[in-house]
Design a protein around this ligand. Sequence first.
Ligand SMILES: Nc1ncnc2c1ncn2[C@@H]1O[C@H](COP(=O)(O)OP(=O)(O)O)[C@@H](O)[C@H]1O
Ligand SMILES: O=P(O)(O)OC[C@H]1O[C@](O)(COP(=O)(O)O)[C@@H](O)[C@@H]1O
Length: 304
Amino acid sequence: MIYTCTLNPSLDYFVQVKDFKPGDLNRIASDKKMPGGKGINVSRVLKRLGVSTQALGFIGGFTGDFIRRELIGEGIHPDFIEVPGDTRINVKIKSANETEINGQSPLVNQNHLEELFLKLEQLTERDALVLSGSIPDSLPPTIYKDMIAGAAGSQAKVILDTSGQALVEAMEAKPFLIKPNHEELGQLFGVTITDVEEAAEYAKRLVSDGIQNVIVSMGGKGAVLAVGDNVFHAEVPKGTLKNSVGAGDSLVGGFLAEYSRGGNVQEAFRYGAAAGSATAFSVDLCTKEAVENLVGQVRVSHIK
Ligand SMILES: Nc1ncnc2c1ncn2[C@@H]1O[C@H](COP(=O)(O)OP(=O)(O)O)[C@@H](O)[C@H]1O
Ligand SMILES: O=P(O)(O)OC[C@H]1O[C@](O)(COP(=O)(O)O)[C@@H](O)[C@@H]1O
């Protein structure tokens, strides 16, 4: 089973505004509400790609009810821990460009954490655990590192997609795969990464530090995979960007879908990149059909 864990889920409120002006009254042309947060998006993508998952994490309040209901409606099994307070609302404003305003989540206390750790103890070596997204303010930046340690006995594969101090700490626990985007990778080293060469160089350094697989997503420039002594670049097809929210989560979901079907890391990387692009080119997350239409157009080359 693939478990996703979203410590900081969200109700994503997408609004379309004709000509967004900060500091002015803006009226919405159209809107939609979606269950969000990185692990939850990975679960939704996996389900669309025909792989069943279980969604773990903390949710609460009316926004939490919405998320649970939507996931059940999509055939995803939610196993959240209920916390007091409302799960955050993240506002995504689509106008000439995209503006995101991500909210604050409710307090998670020691009892909630213990409940989560008990669930992790039940993982087995056949499972994978996806730890994705920011962490609520009430949790320490070591939380992902502690969770990886908590799951270590099971030998489940851990996939990590987070940033900042939480990423720095968790890397010490040597997850199977990390997926920073190029900005997040740059933050780790205090540099600005803009091209594929630079991403390859820094991803390689992380592999030398003991992370098995590093995928750096780079929006329209595709993605870089560092594994062992090799670095690959996935060149992605050109298309009209409709929505970049969830593209990174789709890459992770696509990678895992293919990898869990027995695919190798390189094929999983190609499929993941196609899933990211399929989401970028649609208004919602990718569909299986869209991914399969694009996968043949993703060119993976050995660059180092
Ligand atoms: N404009 C785009 N054109 C084609 N593919 C894209 C585009 N934006 C994103 N993607 C695909 O989605 C993946 C993840 O996107 P990215 O924006 O880098 O992730 P994140 O959301 O984590 O910042 C990319 O590696 C690429 O495969
Ligand atoms: O936990 P964070 O870093 O605030 O991110 C949460 C946001 O990221 C998303 O999961 C999208 O992530 P990506 O665009 O990186 O795939 C949204 O659904 C959510 O609003």
